[in-house]
Write a protein that binds this ligand. Structure first.
Ligand code: UDP
Ligand code: MG
Length: 316
């Protein structure tokens, strides 16, 4: 079998402190894989500059000049990690047999690449890098991440636990990914939707070796919220359910207040007030839920996701 062309796609936002080292280590990795004939000599690393404000792009340009394994892609402005990643993957798609996405800070162990390639050779179209432990994360990040994955699962979203965006995708998986038109990108949720055979490689995640996280709490929350609202209409259903429950309770309140009224224990006007507050509240929530259900449908339609992806077509 011929060795596949591998592209390593690395989104970079203000990563001037780490880029030289990252390029150095990835070059060593590519060279050793090439020497073992595990990848083709046409394999490359692709740095995507996501509108950095520092010297990131000039470093990438410099690296491209002196290192033939380095390619660079420059976005016109900062579009966020997920969009930068997609831009890189869609560019690589035309040139590679498989692409691996990883962060510029090398927190993800590059030795896992061997495992990715093995799984790819075994026929996996998607290989997920999964963290074996999270002890390099802060307690806060660890527990919020745990909670987030649990919550996503509870909402019925197919998501691989402890997998960030360190993964390999084959060319045809990338082709399929390109059919997803949505603007609110949450790749961790989309990739499992593509299907095909997938595999998992576990690795240990290191500390960022220089620079600081480009994911402050605010971005992390926005990202999690995007993940939830892009993949589940269950929150909308919840409104309808609450409405239904309150509507039911209002009937009980109505009965109760009628009884109290009949027994003559009430201040004039209380019965109608008490009963109507519950009734109106319940009906309003129920109606909101119904409207929400339609909005959920509209949301699904506007995302314009492919309805199916064909894996093989046999014909004599
Ligand atoms: N990143 C990006 N655009 C952004 C924010 C981050 O391309 O707007 C890149 C960043 O350069 C890095 C990756 O996304 O390669 C992950 O970011 P980071 O390592 O800061 O996140 P953390 O590991 O702390 O979650
Ligand atoms: Mg990082």
């Amino acid at each position: 079998m011929t060795s596949p062309v591998l592209y390593i796609v690395v989104p970079c936002y203000n990563e001037q402190e780490v880029l030289h080292e990252t390029a150095k280590r990835l070059t060593a990795k590519l060279e050793s894989l090439m020497a073992q004939r595990k990848i083709s000599g046409d394999s490359r690393m692709l740095f995507v500059n996501d509108g950095s404000k520092d010297a990131t792009w000039s470093i990438i340009e410099e690296l491209c000049q002196e290192n033939s394994y380095v390619c660079g892609l420059k976005l016109s402005r900062n579009k966020g990690h997920q969009n930068a990643l997609l831009a890189g993957l869609m560019t690589a798609k035309e040139l590679c047999d498989c692409a691996i996405s990883m962060d510029a800070d090398l927190q993800d162990d590059i030795e896992a690449v061997d495992g990715f390639l093995e799984k790819f050779q075994e026929g996996c179209d998607v290989v997920y890098g999964v963290r074996s432990k999270r002890d390099t994360d802060t307690f806060f990040k660890r527990s919020t991440a745990r909670g987030f994955y649990k919550f996503m699962k509870a909402l019925g979203v197919d998501i691989v636990e402890d997998h960030a965006d360190y993964r390999l995708m084959s060319r045809r998986a990338l082709e399929s990914l390109s059919q997803f038109d949505e603007v609110n990108l949450f790749l961790r949720g989309i990739v499992p939707l593509i299907g095909y055979q997938s595999g998992i490689v576990t690795y240990e995640r290191h500390e960022r070796f220089a620079g600081e996280s480009k994911y402050p709490l605010k971005k992390m929350i926005a990202f999690a919220f995007d993940g939830i609202t892009s993949f589940s209409v269950k929150p909308i259903r919840l409104i309808a359910t609450i409405g239904f429950v309150i509507f039911f309770v209002s009937i009980l309140v109505l009965l109760y207040s009628l009884i109290v009224w009949l027994m003559g224990h009430t201040v004039p006007g209380w019965t109608t007030l008490a009963a109507s507050i519950w009734l109106i509240g319940g009906i309003q929530l129920l109606c909101l839920g119904v409207i929400g259900e339609y909005i959920g449908k509209i949301y699904g339609e506007v995302k314009h996701r492919p309805r199916y992806i064909i894996e093989t077509f046999l014909k004599q």
